[in-house]
Ligand binder design. Structure first.
Ligand SMILES: NC(=O)c1ccc[n+]([C@@H]2O[C@H](COP(=O)([O-])OP(=O)(O)OC[C@H]3O[C@@H](n4cnc5c(N)ncnc54)[C@H](O)[C@@H]3O)[C@@H](O)[C@H]2O)c1
Length: 252
């Protein structure tokens, strides 16, 4: 449906549910995909790793700016450019407002917001020079409406992602660079295990019925929104936050 032949796509959080579905969706459209996640083992030669596989896999902890920078450099050295960045690395917490510790707050913001910022910064440097490119940052319904089961640290980090993306869109526009976010409602990935461990499987299943569609989303349903926003068909869309939530929140 979309043409990504010859396009180079970097996905963070690629080893997760939405990251895996997003990688598959871009591969189907002909893209060259570099998957980044801190669960992948480090490689001796990242440039060769990027050149020799599609999808390639790089160990990247998004909270480490140097690791992010070296992954971006390896991609550009190997493939000559960076067309699309999908910022998906993230963690979730489900904890009562007054019980979140200082350390927990810092860890959450470090991964979900500061990490996305590093990836945007390093990606933007390349895209400004090549005068093209786009970002799709994964935010959340809870970053717009406040979480139902998601804790304040997670929800606030995702509100930050939405604003980070708007700032990036304003900065990038003069350089031919677009930036958008997606705000999924609950999606059936291993991230929901956090809810199940806190609230029990039965309650989590009940909450899915609060959604007008009566179910959790599927990772592929988020991936298709991401691919659309990254495509040339979305060439006049920037700074937007696309709701992918089955009707749970309908913005005016
Ligand atoms: N599943 C949902 O209900 C839901 C809803 C809204 C938004 N999201 C967002 O979508 C994104 C993907 O979530 P998912 O549902 O696929 O969850 P997931 O847990 O399956 O995937 C998250 C991935 O991020 C990686 N990761 C975590 N910290 C990292 C770090 N410091 N550096 C690099 N990688 C790191 C994990 O290893 C994992 O592979 C996240 O940003 C999440 O907040 C998920």
């Amino acid at each position: 449906m979309f043409d990504f032949k010859g396009k180079v796509v970097m996905v963070t959080g690629a080893n997760g549910g939405i990251g895996t579905a997003t990688t598959e969706a871009f591969l189907k459209q002909g893209a060259r995909v570099v998957c980044c996640d801190f669960t992948y083992p480090p490689v001796d030669d990242p440039v060769s790793a990027v050149l020799s596989a599609n999808p390639a896999k790089l160990h990247v902890d998004v909270t480490k700016k140097a690791q992010v920078a070296s992954a971006v450099q390896a991609i550009v050295k190997a493939l000559g450019k960076l067309d699309v960045v999908v910022n998906g690395a993230g963690i979730l917490r489900s904890k009562f407002f007054t019980e979140i510790t200082e350390e927990e707050w810092d860890v959450m913001l470090d991964i979900n917001l500061r990490g996305q910022f590093f990836v945007c910064q390093e990606g933007l440097k390349v895209m400004m020079e090549q005068k093209s490119g786009c970002f799709v940052n994964i935010a959340s319904f809870s970053g717009e409406a406040g979480g139902i089961m998601a804790a304040v640290d997670y929800s606030a980090s995702k509100a930050g992602v939405i604003c980070l993306t708007k700032c990036l869109a304003k900065t990038g526009a003069a350089y031919g660079v677009r930036a958008n976010s997606v705000a999924p409602g609950g999606v059936d990935t291993k991230m929901l295990d956090v809810y199940k461990a806190t609230w029990g499987e039965e309650h989590v299943a009940e909450v899915s019925h609060m959604n007008p569609m009566g179910r959790w989303g599927r990772p592929e349903e988020v991936a298709s929104g991401i691919v659309f926003l990254a495509s040339d068909e979305a060439s006049f869309i920037t700074g937007a936050c696309l709701d992918i939530n089955g009707g749970l929140l309908m913005n005016p």
